[in-house]
Design a protein around this ligand. Sequence first.
Ligand SMILES: [Zn+2]
Ligand SMILES: [Zn+2]
Length: 337
Amino acid sequence: MQGCDPLVLTGWLWPGWRVWTLDADRGIPEERLAVLSHVSGAAAETLRAATIEPIAVRIQGERPDAFSTWPWTLTLGARNRKRNGGIQFCPACLQADDTPYFRLPWRFAWHTGCVVHKTTLLDRCGACAAAVTPHRLSAYAAHAAVCATCLKNLQKAEPEPCPPAVLAFQQAADQVALKGFGDCYGETWNAATWFATADFLASLIRRANRSPTQGLTYLLRSNGVVVPRHIPPIPGTRIERLRVEDRQDLLAGVWRLLNLDAKQLRATLKASGITRQGWCEKEQSVPEPLARFMPELPESPERSAYPPRKRRAGGRPRHEVVLMMNRLQRKLELRTQ
Ligand SMILES: [Zn+2]
Ligand SMILES: [Zn+2]
């Protein structure tokens, strides 16, 4: 609309500040915002309200650290101006726009579907699988809903239908994020506690994939939770870094567990024979709504459903090397972000 590339526009607006190497959706510093406000005519307050910050503060209970991953905010994985994810979209919503734009809620990890079109959000270009990076487009692009890598129109992508349980979780989480509080296990909690509970349940389901115990497997199965097998079993890959399909599988399980009442949860915890150690990993803090069930769990260590693997002589097997390589790459990514 300004007749130049986004890079040229931001270079003129903020000389010497490389905004596209950062996650500007998380907020723009006061003095930079004043410049944008001045030239755009939009009030600084209005511009600030269009960032993730107000919701992130509510979810975290305080302002998240500028350099860390923000809870429930998808990470961009930015390297210079390149990115490896973080922006989701609904092609039909973009198609319906007069001027296509990317919605703020599409940046949140609990958003995996479109409530209007009942379809799964996409987080890649369907043609070339590149992450969505409208800031890399040139002035010749017809609008922002174009893949900057292969120039295909993102409005034309065809998404899968979204599982209803996942949409139900998304709408419940939206309400908690907006209102600042939510219910689970018979009580009302502030948004930070509610989201921490959902996060804990997601990590419990992922643990059942990584290192299943009989107690944990029983607990999840008896509540109809399907343990997704395809999520990379790398510790530290938090929900904010997962692809949309992986998050959908996890969140469907989280929704089932969140919907139990306290009595049902207590009964299945008891029947599963899960121990405190099986319920909560070392150094993991248990959110308040779940912590009150802890004293009722037995203390003795649980036997693993699978015997520990013996180290073979010679080189490591391929899958172990792949896992180690993934871990190393993640560490490197974290350093370069
Ligand atoms: Zn839509
Ligand atoms: Zn593409």
